[in-house]
Design a protein around this ligand. Structure first.
Ligand code: SF4
Ligand code: SF4
Length: 147
């Protein structure tokens, strides 16, 4: 099924896998059983085989909630994270590539200056501009938040 990522919820979570389940393919179930897509923001396995994975889950609100419950039932510690997107104004070369993608209207061309304006208060931190920006001027920060 093709997912409408503009309407979907974007929720960042940090997953902590105890050693005994750190190699289980639990994340595959998020796609197959809960109709979610995801982006891996960070991944790490410690020498003691404990796994840490920070994911951006994308999907319907109920599916995200049910997937989180599923992961907890499997013994995964799930911590809510908050995403924030900011722009490095020095790096931005005002190419405009990001403006067509932004579903929130947070990036637009100023009619007078022709420069790209970033309205952070409108940004939903979906990350689409972060992936498209050729000079990595759009930056995604992830910090601990609520589920
Ligand atoms: S794609 Fe990057 S460089 Fe181009 S206008 Fe957007 S933020 Fe600036
Ligand atoms: S992350 Fe980028 S594309 Fe997404 S809403 Fe914010 S400015 Fe727009």
């Amino acid at each position: 099924m093709v997912q409408d990522t503009r309407a979907a919820r974007h929720k960042a979570v940090q997953l902590t896998f105890p050693p005994e389940i750190s190699c289980d393919p639990l994340v595959c179930h998020l796609v197959r059983d809960f109709d979610l897509t995801f982006n891996i923001l960070q991944a790490q396995i410690t020498p003691r085989k404990e796994g840490y994975l920070t994911l951006e889950l994308i999907g319907a609100e109920d599916n995200v909630r049910n997937a989180v419950r599923y992961l907890k039932d499997q013994g995964v510690k799930v911590t809510g994270m908050e995403q924030h997107v900011r722009r490095d104004d020095v790096l931005c070369m005002h190419c405009g590539a990001c403006t067509a993608l932004c579903p929130a209207g947070a990036l637009r061309v100023d009619a007078d200056s022709r420069l790209i304006v970033f309205a952070a208060e409108r940004c939903t931190a979906c990350g689409q501009c972060v992936r498209i920006c050729p000079v990595r001027a759009m930056l995604l920060d992830v910090e601990q938040g609520t589920l």
